[in-house]
Design a protein around this ligand. Sequence first.
Ligand code: 13P
Length: 254
Amino acid sequence: MRKKIIAGNWKMFKTAPEAVELVEGLKKELAGMNAVDVVVCPPFVHLSKAVEILSGSGIAVGGQNLFWEDSGAFTGEISGTMLTSYGVKYVIIGHSERRQYFGETNETVNKRLRAALKNGLKAIVCVGENLAEREGGKTFDVVQDHVKGSLAGLTKEDMLKVTIAYEPVWAIGTGKTATSAQAQEVHAFIRDILQKMFDKATADATRIQYGGSVKPENAAELMSQKDVDGALVGGACLKADSFTAIVKNSVPNS
Ligand code: 13P
């Protein structure tokens, strides 16, 4: 049985006081929630405060990106060593918004992923097709390319620290959620690729999250699918009550 993992990707939202309010709210609602792994991923500037407030709550904090060098003349970048020095445990890598707006490729995703693992961070690696690719019947090709390219050269041991997030781009921020059957189909496909790249035990142990318009109302149905092991939540993680409801609805009887 894979433990579910629900992560909130705040993207570029929240000022300093708003960030404190949200993190305090999440702590109040979700501290000690052992049935699910809960991760909050605020913008870099709020990480230190989030770690401080959530200390001892069982809720982990993640970054939304990292650079592949540990230090150097790379203006504007943040390294894995910096993240871990603040008590950050997770990092999102290769989000579609980074692929779309910031030139992220499988190669750069792979470099960032290796840097994350080298620094002892757990990684959430995002993959997924856009609308034209889905409508053109290319979903499986694109997802396979993202998975293979992003995870190239990793060992089975490395994979123990990796979560995959399947995020169909057409479902992100659009209110158009993939049906649970559409999600399950791609998740099962990803697990099959992992089995071919690594082995069955690794494929069975790897958690695959779904992301794209996850809300309190659709979380339980999505999470009930055999190969859906959690969610990467955008819009609905910006309010403590909706993110809490998603976490609670993801495990029966919580
Ligand atoms: P939404 O939940 O706003 O669709 O965003 C999903 C996402 O991109 C999470 O990383």
